[in-house]
Design a protein around this ligand. Structure first.
Ligand SMILES: Nc1ncnc2c1ncn2[C@@H]1O[C@H](COP(=O)(O)OP(=O)(O)O)[C@@H](O)[C@H]1O
Ligand SMILES: [Mg+2]
Length: 258
């Protein structure tokens, strides 16, 4: 798919009109993919590697803002969400983390690792029937990531991993709110299949670095590190040196003073 207004040969960043440029010292790395694709595993390993190079690293996880936590829990438990209210609440979560956490850390020169980003809403909310342009516009305040990884995995593989780790698939994770099937696993397959289609359609436009998430954990991590090194290496070196000059504050210390 050819992206709007950007060169098809240089697909390393999303369209200029979509997000706000990151003019800070810090860098933003994001991971995307369906549940069970291995995002958290890979991001955790990447952060260890970055920290070993004296780089200050912070995490920000989708749906983790204390501001909306109770409403999110209650809405899920009582199955109260419509696609629009679900989308808006996630956008509020995102805005809270962006303004209170991600931006200050980037200003301070940290590498922020986001476990899911606005692309999750672009894929998931649209798979729920929310208007594509509306949801993109909703997230137009978001900062443009410096590097985005997409972990490509068939929904069958993801399902097997999820079921291997815990008992049940969650109601909204399976898209049960959409009435796709009475069978939760079947609903998961259909819903996650739709989300996969959305990710695939975005891959080139958004400049995702696609990782074959069926590979071993080690092989994927090596690919990730190679890409980070190639695309952000010089920037990270500068951040690490600056951090060292200041006496290597931990991310916790950095966050505490902000
Ligand atoms: N490459 C892999 N091969 C096999 N299992 C994996 C792989 N990567 C992750 N897993 C396992 O799959 C499950 C889901 O991984 P996780 O990183 O939590 O995925 P996500 O954050 O995308 O939902 C975990 O139990 C994890 O140990
Ligand atoms: Mg995860």
């Amino acid at each position: 798919m050819r992206s709007r207004g950007s060169s098809p040969t240089h697909s390393n960043s999303p369209p200029a009109s979509l997000f706000v440029p990151n003019r800070f010292k810090g860098k933003l790395i994001v991971v995307e993919g369906i549940d069970g694709s291995g995002k958290s595993t890979q991001m955790s390993l990447l952060s260890h590697w970055l920290r070993s190079q004296m780089i200050a690293v912070a995490f920000s996880e989708w749906n983790s803002s204390p501001l909306v936590h109770e409403t999110m829990q209650r809405g899920k438990k009582k199955k109260m969400f419509t696609p629009t209210t679900f989308s808006l609440l996630h956008a509020t979560d995102f805005a809270d983390r962006m303004e209170r956490y991600i931006l200050p850390l980037l200003k301070a020169g940290a590498v922020v690792c986001a476990d899911r980003y606005a692309y999750t809403a672009f894929a998931r909310d649209v798979a729920r029937g929310v208007d594509r342009r509306w949801v993109r516009n909703l997230y137009s305040f978001a900062l443009r990531p410096n590097l985005s990884f997409y972990f490509r995995v068939p929904s069958e593989v993801a399902l097997g991993r999820i079921l291997g780790g815990r008992n049940a698939i969650k109601y909204y994770e399976a898209g049960m709110d959409l009435g796709l099937s009475h069978d939760v696993e079947e609903s998961f397959r259909i819903f996650q299949g739709r989300i996969l289609d959305e990710y695939e359609a975005m891959t080139q436009e958004m400049g995702f670095n696609v990782i074959d998430a069926t590979l071993s954990i080690e092989a994927q991590q090596q690919q990730m590190r190679d890409i980070v090194q190639k695309k952000l290496g010089k920037n990270l070196q500068a951040v690490a040196l600056r951090t060292l000059e200041r006496g290597t504050p931990s991310v916790e210390e950095t966050a505490a003073v902000l």
